[in-house]
Design a protein around this ligand. Structure first.
Ligand code: HEM
Ligand code: HEM
Length: 463
């Protein structure tokens, strides 16, 4: 009975649909998820060495710090992107209970996104880059990623249009998310002489990808998972989904305005951005309440669903705190004036990008790669330990960064003390960040290993 529950999904109109087959798209989505988790494992190791380099400056390293940082930032965007592609294929077919339009295109898309992502990391390791923070690879490689996203958009639109009456909100919202990822990246495939145009187009990836497009793809997955696991009734989930989607689009577009003012836009953007940012907290708050109510009423879940839930709960927590509330605090113009670009930003970046988005993608990837294999109690406990280590590491890293950032703000920006003197003051907190990073890396490797084991157990199973 339990097994049937995994494969069944309450479709539109709350009719239970028993899943008899595994769609080819769902098989293909496994390679996306596997690659995403592997890149995540690599990211922590590289980042830990980077953080060590900041406190032991003469540490011998084949790659200079600035290029290591560039690879770290590239990974921070690309592994969640690759995982998201897999999740969207998997959960769209689950929602529609139908194959995607072209599995062959999805396979091509995988090789294209991997080729260009690896090219970005490889060339950066060879010290070839353009110095454009977050998008430091050669523009041609981003054109390749764009191509992969164009294929995904086409494939998903054709899938939805095959049977228009059967489109569900979650499948449509995930597709819109992918289309936005594509559209927002296009302007970043060329270079601009005007520094404001350059910054704005970059913000569409650094901020709008995260605050809008990924919000849509993640919301679709969360909604699907909540219904499948019985955490919330479909009607309630869909209400939240509509609100979340509209807030992500409106809030994302206008909320990004809080960044525009500082790069030369008129002051009205400061007001628009700050006011709309306040609204962005509402859907996250609603998700937290829905989760709380669901957890109170639903008791029995499989270990696989429980581990997925641990990852998702972590994401909801950081979405509310590190992304929304801390984001809101640093958006206040009088705060941003002094805190801009300090370690506070780095604290927020880690809490939001990994805490909120990274955890969702890991939840989705784990759920997909473990499909058809229930972890043993020991395996489940190790999985939970990994989630705790990730959380402990992230909180230690982020709080050290926040304290370092407050010191920078007060002593350097407000009191005007020399930068080098302030740098010495923050050194202990950067050492604490290394310790947090070590705990995080341990959790990362442990979780990746668990996911690898799940992948291994299920890879030849006919589901
Ligand atoms: C072992 C875990 C990690 C360690 C030790 C670490 C370390 C670092 C270091 C040394 C930097 C360079 C600038 C700075 O000093 O803050 C950095 C920046 C950054 N990292 Fe990480 N990182 C880790 C994990 C992650 C993860 C998992 C993500 C996201 C998926 C991430 C996203 C970022 C971002 C977005 C920045 C740029 C922040 C800014 O704008 O200042 N990091 N990290
Ligand atoms: C999941 C959602 C979010 C993610 C993944 C995210 C990620 C990031 C990242 C990576 C940065 C660093 C950018 C850089 O170094 O140039 C950043 C900066 C910033 N974020 Fe967010 N963010 C999120 C949500 C929010 C929200 C909801 C707000 C406001 C309500 C916000 C306000 C800010 C501000 C003001 C900065 C710039 C700080 C500075 O001036 O140095 N963020 N965010």
């Amino acid at each position: 009975m339990k097994l049937l529950k995994w494969f069944s999904f309450r479709g539109k109109g709350d009719k239970s649909i028993a899943r008899k087959q595994q769609f080819i798209a769902q098989k293909i989505s496994r390679r996306y998820c596997f690659s995403a988790v592997s890149l995540f494992a690599l990211q922590s190791v590289v980042a830990l060495l980077g953080s060590l380099d900041l406190v032991i400056p003469d540490l011998p390293s084949p790659i200079p710090f600035e290029f290591g940082r560039a690879i770290h930032l590239g990974l921070a965007d690309l592994w969640p992107l690759i995982g998201t592609m897999g999740m969207v294929f998997f959960f769209t077919t689950a929602e529609l209970n139908r194959e995607i339009h072209s599995p062959r295109l999805a396979r091509w898309q995988y090789w294209i996104v991997m080729l260009f992502s690896v090219s970005i990391f490889g060339t950066l390791a060879l010290r070839i880059g353009n110095g454009r923070e977050y998008l430091e690879g050669m523009p041609i490689f981003y054109a390749g990623i764009c191509l992969a996203l164009a294929l995904a958009s086409y494939n998903l639109i054709r899938t939805l249009l095959t049977d228009k009456r059967n489109i569900t909100p979650a499948s449509a919202i995930m597709t819109v998310g992918i289309i936005f990822l594509f559209l927002l990246l296009i302007p970043n495939t060329i270079t601009y002489r005007n520094p404001i145009t350059d910054e704005v187009t970059k913000f569409w990836v650094v901020h709008l990808w995260e605050e809008m497009a990924f919000e849509l793809t993640s919301a679709g997955f969360i909604a699907t998972f909540y219904v499948v696991s019985g955490l919330a009734p479909r009607a309630q989930v869909e209400k939240w989904l509509y609100l979340e989607a509209s807030m992500a689009v409106v809030g994302g577009f206008y909320g990004t305005g809080h960044h525009y003012y500082w790069i030369g836009f008129p002051a009205v953007w400061l007001a628009i951005g700050s006011l709309v940012s306040v609204l962005e907290v509402i859907p996250v708050g609603m998700l937290a309440i829905m989760t709380y109510k669901g957890l109170k009423s639903v008791k029995v879940r499989s270990n696989r669903e429980k581990l997925t839930l641990w990852l998702l709960l972590s994401s909801v927590f950081y979405h509310l705190t590190g992304a929304s509330l801390l984001g809101l605090f640093i958006t206040i113009p009088w705060v941003n004036l002094y805190m801009h670009g300090t370690y506070v930003t780095s604290g927020h970046a880690h809490l939001a990008l990994f805490g909120s988005l990274g955890f969702v993608v890991l939840a989705g990837c784990y759920y997909i790669l473990s499909r058809g294999s229930e972890p043993t109690l020991k395996g489940y406990k190790r999985g939970v330990l990994a989630v705790f280590l990730l959380n402990g590491g992230l909180i230690t890293m982020a709080s050290s960064l926040l304290v370092a950032g407050f010191i920078e703000t007060y002593f350097w920006r407000i009191l005007g003390i020399d930068f080098m003197e302030v740098r010495l003051l923050i050194n202990p907190y950067l050492i604490m960040r290394v310790l947090g990073g070590a705990m995080f890396t341990l959790g990362d490797l442990l979780l990746s290993w668990r996911i690898f084991k799940a992948w291994q157990t299920t890879k030849n199973k006919k589901l």
